[in-house]
Design a protein around this ligand. Structure first.
Ligand code: GLN
Length: 252
């Protein structure tokens, strides 16, 4: 599995005078470990070797509020929630849609964006309505709400890829007829591709940060951080900044 770990921020803090610190202080200096899936611009993507994006900044702000160093790691999307459940990571942020099923396994913060999934299609094979998809090959990123949509609404097996971009490559080469993906990475995928287009939303979803159940204090810190980032306009600035940066990377 492709893995990449980045230790960001004041890591040295974690080791500063550990032996003299009280337990609480030592815990405070442990890095906040974010788990994500960095093929999902503008929420998380790679700038060279560095994992960057809106979700990374939200989690970094949480770490700052806690006075802890910060690190981010990328895995396949279907490994993100398991890493949170097992305690391998402290926070999961990967454009994760809040769903009733996931709520059984993790706790979610307040949402930080309202969004949804769309159909990506070739202009020479236009998307008309959902009924049209039933007997077609549909590409999705594995483990996502797009996969659930195909399984539950279209009652069929999708063609699974590791990323929205990989699913779109399958569309371009004719291995699938349509792709379903979250709107923002979908927009990034069709940037500069004059033969591709997007439908309107076919679902309504919200992203939130996922943590292991039973940590009300951590959850409150994340909720407070998100509320502040919304209120002071910082979240919106990151949306613009990382949309522009990931669009530029796509154009290269
Ligand atoms: N929002 C979608 C989901 O939670 C896709 C997320 C992703 O691929 N990173 O399933």
């Amino acid at each position: 599995m492709r893995k990449l770990t980045l230790v960001l921020g004041a890591c040295a803090l974690a080791f500063a005078g550990c032996d003299k610190k009280a337990d609480g202080e030592a815990a405070a200096a442990k890095p906040l470990r974010m788990i994500t899936e960095a093929t999902f611009p503008p929420y998380e993507f790679l700038r060279g070797q560095e994992i960057v994006g809106i979700d990374v900044e939200i989690c970094r702000a949480v770490a700052q509020k806690l006075g802890r160093p910060f690190q981010a790691e990328t895995v396949d999307f279907d490994s993100v929630i398991p890493a949170v459940i097992s305690g391998k990571a402290d926070v999961g942020a990967a454009g994760i849609t809040v769903t009733e099923d996931r709520k059984k396994n993790v706790d979610f913060s307040i949402p930080y964006v309202k969004t949804g999934i769309v159909v990506i299609y070739k202009k020479d094979n236009p998307f008309k309505d959902v009924a049209q998809l039933k007997d077609k090959r549909i590409g999705v990123q594995g483990g996502t709400t797009s996969e659930n949509y195909v399984l539950e609404q279209l009652k069929k097996e999708p063609e699974r890829s590791k990323s929205p971009a990989e699913a779109v490559a399958a569309l371009k080469s004719g291995r699938v007829d349509f792709v379903i993906a979250d709107v923002d990475p979908a927009k990034n995928c069709v940037k500069g591709e004059s033969d591709l287009a997007l439908s309107d939303f076919i679902t309504s979803e919200e992203y939130a940060v996922a943590i292991k159940k039973g940590q009300p204090e951590l959850l409150k810190t994340i909720d407070d951080t998100i509320a502040e980032l919304k209120a002071n306009g910082q979240l919106e600035k990151w949306v613009q900044q990382f949309t522009e940066e990931s669009d530029k990377l796509k154009e290269k």
